[in-house]
Write a protein that binds this ligand. Sequence first.
Ligand SMILES: [Zn+2]
Length: 308
Amino acid sequence: MRLSLFDLHCDTAHRMLSENQPLRSNSFAVSLENAEKFEVYTQIMALWPHNCLCDEEAQRQVFSMLENLKNDPSVLQEEARITKRFDELTSIPNLFLSIEDARILAGNVDGVDRLYSLGVRFLTPLWKGHTCIGGAHDTEEGLTPFGKAALHRAAELGMILDISHASERSANEIFAIGAAHSRPVIASHSNAFEVCLVSRNLKREQIAAIVSCGGLIGLNLHAPFIGCGAHVKIQDLLPHIEYFLEVGAQNALALGCDMDGGDLPSDLPDLAALPKLAELLLQHGYSEGLVRKIFFENASEFAKKYLN
Ligand SMILES: [Zn+2]
């Protein structure tokens, strides 16, 4: 069976800028060449600034990253397309934009409008530590007053808020902001905490909250978030999938592979190898319908409802 793919997270834009390689053909896990395996390919491209930069430098790096992506030969030649709405999706690869680590706003709420006007439709507010936005997964802190104002503005504009990387308190506050604007909240690249006990993974209540608001959960292929031990394989993702389904996430589950930002399982080196996960699911008795939902349909239905 030929699959379509809608992946909620990769850090390829960062590497394209820092290593000066194009999207079509490169040494990364994500490339248009590797995406040729898929019938339709939609990718949320995260614009993530390096954590060693101060907020202002990080902002400049993100704008350079976006400029670099917009001027990539494949985008200029319309072999891939930066898109903002579901009804703009085409048979050529579609790239949605997200910001990962909204500290780049550096205390300026108007920056949210600027990001929106540049085409950003997904916002992962936190990454690590305590920022002008609030506390990330490695803290106990919630959102700052500025963080709340910025996220309210983002939701009002129609951006999708993402709890991946948030602390529990920040995540609860993000859910409340989404609800206040009748917008769903996603976790673009996180697995199940009960299966792999790391703070980047989702607690049962968080999974239930995403399911009930109509959000999405992207399965993360970063090996340390799948399992402990040195030899994580793709089949170690199965208990996560089983757990998410048990909590009722069959219409929320998607992929948020985190390629080019994480360490992939040894038997799944790049995007072209991803159909192996589909084969594995079929071998373990999951239906073709469910596999298609996880790979593409849940995220595409979501985009149809909330990005139009
Ligand atoms: Zn991340």
